[in-house]
Design a protein around this ligand. Structure first.
Ligand code: ADP
Ligand code: MG
Length: 698
């Protein structure tokens, strides 16, 4: 056992046998500064990230002896003899006529610079093996930008089934594939952490085999095994957090209600708010630290519940902290709390990463000497340099943005373990609640404050954008404010930003540059804040944004929202976005612009948005609609806390992972013993090692 003196997160050395996996991608052959950037964009900074960069799908090609054997639309490999090069006339493509074994003619078509390589690869009169998708152009068979051209069949033999990876600007399939191959060569030999009975029942391969085979072709068993590893690691870590918390001692907090009685609220609490506050009070009065999730739809009034909880701590002579995911939100929370608590005399400070120098020093001093009762901020409030006199409660807003355990660990700042209240507006389906929060206690705000109006939601075809802009003009002329949301969906973030910027330019042209602001993820924080502040204060009338406005922004006068390419968002995300309007007494409108070619499922999903405003229902239905039969890799990022496991796999495998984690902890000796040691490696592998730290830190 280690000393118990110092609570908190102390990094323990990662087991050496995982070193090759955690080596930086820069250590691989051929990775220089030029590749580092696009790789980083995809989150591929270490060897293990590459090994786990599983293909989105596979191209499967058929080798045919001649084109009569192939059908249009099919991916093929065929031998062709080059007959003639036709340089482009003007801006047209470069065409190469080629002939198969029985005299069928096929055009190989190249646009732009690709033609230079083609000229070299396909000399007239020579025979070449070509891999690509057979198309028809008028009467002519053609292959546009063949995937591969080779002199002999052998070098295309291995290309009949080829992975297709997610890319970012500056990367090619070939480059990623070769890096992945290098990563796979570096896989260490790891002991099995999966329960042997389960492995056998499922017919799953071992870890390294599963990884290799998941890159080679469709292999459901391999993918499932890898997903299971991730889910098991998560379940195990949450269980460790939970267990450690049970044995920890916190400070029972009993407030006398004196401060809460002085709150300046322009409304009466809803029944759900009162109930949640009672549940929290009950937890706070216990010696074991609270670990509670407050789940409530957007606008359900979580902030005042958080404030009440924090005031209990202050009444008991302690401090409380509120952690927000972004600076904008921290600022807003700070203002709201100051307003509601102005009659209480409670000292509330704001601390973000931007505070430097003397103002920061004075806040740090106040936290240390206890003259500040409540601090609101970003993760800056948990930096090592920040010490509290007596922190007894940590509230974490928009919990889903943070890794649960990590944040809980960061929260270990008090002399004793502080109580923890996590809040989320994400209506997480039950399956996922378990995944994200393990066995946390949950309070639900299942009742909206009275007087909220339904948001009038309409689906509009994108061709009618001019009408929409016209409506927007009337809305703004009438004194209203509005959001215009652009999606983040393209292959590279740069293109998304470009699209948002283009839209911003158009709208600013139309409505005046003073009236329109743009906010996106790559904007410098101070520019972002300035833009947000101008919008919040009413100086700017229209906010063009990517999804950064998703969480928490509160501008009641903004009652119109336009969402472009709405079909590309997850329903839960749309719901969050839409929750930015409908905050005041006025009627609110949300226009969902949709593209032309919609799948049946997309149609149904948008219809559902129109129909209901119940976040839980939307989340459940979304899961159902997207559940069956979707291709690999089509899940939206950010929907789940997992990188490998799809929603479907979560539904199928999570309960098993959860049971198995419990079995390991309760029956099989936890992280000791042979399987326990292996499971420990797994926790490191999936960076859930805070679970391990807990065992030591105590
Ligand atoms: P959430 O964080 O859950 O999305 P907020 O705490 O920001 O919601 O509350 C949304 C809005 O509802 C705020 O303007 C808040 O003042 C108001 N509000 C909260 N509780 C009530 C209530 N019981 N009655 C009326 N309005 C309320
Ligand atoms: Mg909120």
């Amino acid at each position: 056992m280690e000393a118990r003196a110092k609570p908190g997160y102390r990094p323990v050395m990662r087991p050496e046998r995982l070193n090759s996996l955690f080596a930086e991608t820069a250590s691989l052959k051929g990775v220089g500064p030029q590749l580092a950037k696009p790789l980083e964009k995809l989150g591929l900074t270490r060897v293990k990230d590459l090994a786990y960069h599983l293909p989105d799908r596979f191209v499967e090609r058929r080798a045919v002896t001649d084109l009569d054997e192939a059908s249009v639309g099919e991916n093929i490999v065929v031998a062709l003899t080059v007959r003639e090069h036709r340089a482009s006339s003007g801006r047209g493509p470069y065409r190469i006529l080629a002939e198969d074994a029985v005299g069928n003619v096929c055009t190989l078509t190249y646009f732009g610079r690709a033609s230079y390589t083609a000229r070299k690869q396909l000399p007239t009169g020579e025979k070449r093996w070509v891999a690509g998708r057979l198309d028809q152009f008028g009467q002519m068979l053609q292959i546009v930008h063949p995937d591969h051209v080779a002199e002999d069949s052998a070098s295309l033999g291995g290309r009949l089934c080829e992975p297709v990876y997610a890319l970012s600007e500056g990367l090619t399939q070939g480059r990623v594939a070769s890096l992945v191959a290098q990563a796979l060569d570096l896989l260490p030999d790891l002991p099995e952490w999966t329960e042997p009975g389960l492995l056998e029942r499922m017919g799953w391969p071992g870890w390294a085999t599963a990884l290799r085979s998941a890159h080679k072709g469709r292999d459901a068993a391999a993918r499932d095994r890898l997903a299971y590893d991730e889910l098991f690691a998560n379940a195990l870590a949450l269980m460790l957090v939970r267990d450690a918390n049970r044995t920890r001692r916190g400070t029972p907090l009993a407030g006398d209600g004196a401060l809460r009685a002085k709150l300046d609220l322009p409304f009466a609490l809803t029944g759900a708010q009162q109930r949640s506050i009672r549940e929290i009070e009950g937890d706070l009065a216990q010696e074991s630290p609270m670990l509670r999730l407050l789940q409530g739809d957007v606008g359900s009034g979580k902030t005042v519940v958080a404030l009440s909880a924090m005031l209990v701590a202050v009444e008991a002579g302690k401090q409380a902290a509120l952690l927000a995911p972004t600076e904008i939100l921290a600022r807003q929370h700070h203002e709201t709390l100051m307003r509601m608590a102005r009659g209480t005399g409670v000292e509330i400070a704001l601390l973000t990463g931007r505070d430097k120098g003397r103002p920061r020093e004075s806040i740090l001093m106040g936290l240390l000497d206890g003259s500040i009762d409540i601090v609101v901020g970003t993760h800056a409030i948990f930096q090592d340099s920040v010490a509290y006199r007596d922190l007894a409660l940590v509230v974490i807003d928009e919990q889903h943005r943070f890794g649960v355990g990590q944040r809980l660990m960061l929260a270990q700042k008090g002399r004793r373990t502080p109580h923890c209240l996590a809040m989320t507006a994400t209506p997480i389906p039950r399956t996922l609640t378990l995944a994200q929060y393990g066995e946390m206690d949950v309070s639900r705000l299942d009742e909206l404050p009275p007087g909220r109006q339904a948001i009038d939601t309409r689906v509009v075809a994108a061709e009618r954008i001019e009408d929409v802009v016209g409506g927007l003009a009337r809305h703004i002329d009438g004194g209203g404010q509005a959001y215009w949301v652009c999606p983040m969906v393209r292959e590279s973030e740069g293109e998304d930003i470009a699209a948002a910027e283009a839209r911003y330019a158009q709208l600013a042209e139309r409505f005046g540059h003073d009236d329109v602001v743009l906010v996106h993820g790559q904007l410098k924080p101070d520019l972002k804040d300035t833009a947000m502040e101008r919008f919040a204060s009413g100086a700017a009338r229209l906010l063009v944004a990517t999804t950064v406005i998703e969480v928490g922004v509160d501008v009641p006068n903004a009652t119109l929202m336009v969402i472009e390419q709405a079909e590309r968002f997850g329903l839960a995300q749309l719901h969050q976005l839409r929750g930015r309007v409908g905050r005041g007494a006025a009627r609110s409108v949300c226009l969902l612009l949709r593209g032309e070619a919609l799948s049946e499922v997309s149609r149904e999903r948008l219809a559902l948005m129109r129909e209901t405003q119940d976040g839980f229902r939307l989340a459940e239905e979304d899961l159902r609609l997207r559940g069956g039969g979707e291709l690999l890799g089509t899940r939206q990022s950010g929907d789940t806390p997992f990188r490998i496991a799809s929603l479907e796999q979560i539904e199928k495998l999570l309960p098993i992972a959860h049971d198995d984690a419990r079995l390991l902890m309760e029956r099989d000796g936890g992280l000791t013993g042979e399987r326990g040691e292996a499971a420990r490696l797994l926790l490191y592998l999936f960076e859930r090692d805070y679970g391990v730290q807990l065992l030591r830190g105590g």
